[in-house]
Each structure stands twice: as structure tokens, then as C-alpha cells.
Ligand binder design. Sequence first.
Ligand SMILES: Cc1cc2nc3c(=O)[nH]c(=O)nc-3n(C[C@H](O)[C@H](O)[C@H](O)COP(=O)(O)O)c2cc1C
Length: 444
Amino acid sequence: MSNQGRTMHLNLFLYNMGHHEVSWRYPESLSHRLMDFTYYKQLAQKAEQAKMDSIFLADRISTSPKAVEHGSLISFEPTTLLSAIAAVTNRIGLIGTVSTSFNEPYNVARRFSSLDFLSNGRAGWNIITSGSDDEAQNFNLAGIPDHSERYRKAREFLEVTMKLWDSWEDEAILLDKVNGMFADKQKVHEIHHNGEFFNVRGPLNLPRSPQKRPVLFQAGTSEDGKDFSALYADAIFTAQQTFEDARAFYKDVKERISGNGRNPEQVKILPGISFVIGNTEKEAEERAEELAEFMNFDHSIVQLSNRMGVDLSSISLDDPLPNLSDLKETQGHQSRTNLIIQLAQSENLTLKQLLIRLGGGRGHYTISGTPKCIADELEFWFLNGAADGFNIMPQIMNRDFNLFVDLVIPELQRRQLFRRDYSGSTLRDHYQLPFPVNQFVTSS
Ligand SMILES: Cc1cc2nc3c(=O)[nH]c(=O)nc-3n(C[C@H](O)[C@H](O)[C@H](O)COP(=O)(O)O)c2cc1C
């Protein structure tokens, strides 16, 4: 099948020392630089030299003494780190995660608008509703609000932020020094939003930003999550275990997008791929096995229990996961829980085998292979209706990402599947997305 001139989008999911849960223990990992800005700067610059579309920072707004003992759940606040990265890069897109459950729309609209100005049009927001009680407990709540309420709030949150980003028309700034008119007040609008969760007068205290509004990413895969993406997202991150699942998801979501009267080609779908690279298949497999040996299964069980909202500590590592079908309606991250149950059942995995599989990418598609093998896999998914691009998730960040840039990207370029240079300067340009029309401007 030919790519007919269509090229894939590549986003670096920049996650601490890497996507393997024990990446920080790996001898080559630069764990001593976790709080060192130059570590992130070098990775972002490398991704930019490789002409990748964007880098992305996830976020979870809690940690625990137990989690930090095992090196997980610490990270910089994403938009703060991205602002610093904006100053040392020129073209690459900068996507940060911010939760609609624990923030106010005015602050978030302002933060991303600021990042869009500071980066000359490279800001993207990964919209999450969050899913765990321990996060809620940092924000005056006993537990996480239920799933449908979180998505209802997220919708209203988006309506408010979009009104705020549109509250200045493009030509509002006059800078008329002679007559003393900085801005045309007729073109700056109060939004007077009064809703179930938010009451916001507006306008935003910043003019419309270079991209008009930041690029909106989302990653929910439940029914509510997919409907939300189909309404608002410009691009969608997703975790899929198999090509067949990824293709079914792609088709389903693109149909929902069309159903909302939007152009499905203008919403990009990016499944995640977590990988270990080796010069030979054997070497890659040995690396993956080596990583599994660093795992602490007691801790992995606690993490999985938290993720699924059920205590798995009494199950023997050599037994299969018990029947957990009643968990499918969890109030946490629904789709990821379903994916994990399905993975364990379809491959009849013991708890230990399941933990090893999840250790490499938390439920994302995981492979170990040669650069050619990884390029083949990306090409196959891209050309056969499962992806518009990929969320690149190296298991050992400084090792596997460098190999990806040095060996996989040139192979994709040789196959004419990935750009050799940027053709635009904004994140919206890289993902080939239109600039949104301002809802306060009526056509005359
Ligand atoms: C690539 C990717 C990145 C994500 N990043 C975050 C994150 O940073 N913080 C978070 O709380 N959830 C994150 N999620 C989880 C999603 O936002 C969402 O809650 C999850 O997919 C479950 O969605 P659902 O409740 O609609 O099933 C991410 C998911 C994916 C696939």
C-alpha cells in the first residue's frame, strides 16, 4: 500500500528516565539528572534536530512515600518546564498535561496562551480529567468525582477556555500612540459564562495568541472520552495493545468526528509505542529481559492495584488474574482498566507475566526489536488505517531515544514516511491543522 504523499506525525513522550517502570535503575540511565534542566533541554533539542512534531509531558498531581521509594511519581510541573524548553528550541511543538478536575479555566487559558506567545505558536494542551483518589485528596476532596461528572465538567471547562481564547478578536490591538488607544474595546469581549461548574466573566487578560488557541490533545478511550475527543480534540493519544484494536479505535473515533460535522482528517490519532532497540532481535530481547530483572514485583502489584482500584496483593505471582469483569465500570481510568483485563485474559498471563508486560509501557503497545523492525511496525500501522502518527515512548530515554533518532527516523525518511524538514513554524502547522475561527466574530 502506498502512502500517497501522506507522512506520519511523531511525538516524543518525554517521561523522566524512560517508559520502563524501572528505567531509573538501568546502568546507562542518567537518573542523577532528573531535576537537571539540561537533561530535558538536550532531549528536546535532539527531537527538534530529528524534525519531530512535538514533545509531550504527562502529569499526575500526587505522589506517596512508597512510590518515591521506587523512583516513580515525581516530575516537574509541565507548563513550567515547557516554558523553559521554549527558550532553547525554535520549532518543535510543546504539549503539556493539565487536569480539568483540579484547575480553574481562567488560569489554564492564561497559562497556555502565555506558553503560545513565549514559544511563538508551539503550545499544546493534553486535556485530562485525572482518575485517582490520591490526586483528589490533594485538592480538598475525599475521593475522585465520578467518571461522568468529570467529563461533564471537562466539557464545560473547554467551553469556557475556548471562549476566553476567543475573547480578543485578532485586530483588537491598535497601539495607537497618537490617540492614546492601546486596544479597541469593541473587539474585546466579556464572556459572561454561567454554568454548572464555572462562572466566569472574562475577557482573558492576554490577546489572542499566535495559534489562536493552543492545539488540543486528549487521551480518553471510554465512551465519554471518545465523545469528548470527537468534539474538541485536534489530536488524540491512545494506548492500544494490538494493531486490530488500534484500527478499530481509529475507525470508531474518526466516525464520531464526522458525526459531529468535523473533518476527520483534521484530527490526528497517535497510538503509543514503547520500545527497546537492539542491533539484532536477540540483543533487543536480552535488553528487555535485563530490564525485567530490575523490577520489584511487590511495588508493581501496588501500582497495578492503584491503577485498577482493587487490591491484588493476595494473588500469587504465578496465578492468573482473577475474574475482574465487574471492575469495568471503575470510576478511575476506565479504558486502561479494560485494556489490562483484556490483555491478561486473551493471553492467559500469570500476574507476574502481566506485570512484566505492563512494566515496559503501562499498557501501551510494547516491542523489542531492531531499528528496521520498529520502522516496519510503524509503517504497517500507518498505512493500514490504525494511526496518523505515533507517540514515541522509549523504555530507556537516553538510550532508546537516541537510537530511535539515529537509526529509525532515517529509515522512515528513506521510505518517505517522515519529513526531512519542517515546512511551518507552529505546532498547528506540523500537525497540518487549520487555524480556528473566532466565535465572537460574526461574518459580515
Ligand atoms: C498517551 C497517554 C497519556 C496520558 N497522560 C495522562 C496524564 O498525564 N495524566 C493522567 O492523569 N492521565 C493520562 N492519561 C490517561 C487519559 O487521560 C485517560 O484518563 C485514560 O486514557 C482513561 O480514559 P477514560 O477514563 O476515558 O477511559 C494518558 C493516556 C494516554 C494514552
